[in-house]
Write a protein that binds this ligand. Sequence first.
Ligand code: SF4
Length: 270
Amino acid sequence: MKLKEIQAKSIITKTNLPDGDFVINPYIGCMHGCKYCYAKFMKRFTGHLEEWGDFIDIKTNAADLIQTKTNKYHGKKIIIGSVTDPYQPIEKKYQLTRKILKKLLPLKIKLNILTKSDLITRDIDLLKKFKDCVVAISFSSLDYNLQKKLEPYASSYDKKISALKKLNQAKIKTVVFISPILPELTDWQKIVNQTKEFANEYWFENLNLYPSIKKDIYKLLEKIDPSLITKYNEIYLNNNYWDNEEIKIKEFCKTHKLNYRIYFHHKSKK
Ligand code: SF4
């Protein structure tokens, strides 16, 4: 792992993401090494020759870049962790996310944090002070062996559930982000059943086979069960699969009275 301390020029960036106004990414790169990581495309903007997951640039001045005497961000939604995990292991040492939270507190923002790490519980004292704060913890599997293959350095699913519980007990709004849903592998109903006591909302996202991740995912499928490759080829040629999953999710959520959002990236042929 190549670690480099850098001085960033800016830290709060405008975003086109549908659910946010601005994003903050305290690090460039991510140690969690998820095989399905959509942020891999970032590598080409970094000048790094290492593989995605093998380098981290640490924006040591991140918190200093946040102006506190401004109302520019008042009521705006700021997402922390759109292309990196703000609570990846290096955060234990540098505490950039914690410092950023302290600077954001007076700005009266709507805070949204995405993570796969139970390190977030370290900052519950600060998160509680935000009037509008949502923490989304993402899950792709509740099978320990599969999770190790998919997201080798993220917190294990039981640690994520325990983090959800602590956040929920602290009255912080929690989202279980089931992402990505891998056909034949992600049992989203099981994830809901094991987390519903501690989740205020569910988000669902399907696996999008971007060219940057397809090779890694297929290598993994080959190891898990080679017959999955044929199945995936069929699924990704035929949008009906995701249309049907969407219907199942909607019915399930209505039956169980769950708040939910579906972020499926596919175009229906209908
Ligand atoms: S935690 Fe998020 S940013 Fe980090 S490797 Fe996994 S998917 Fe990518």
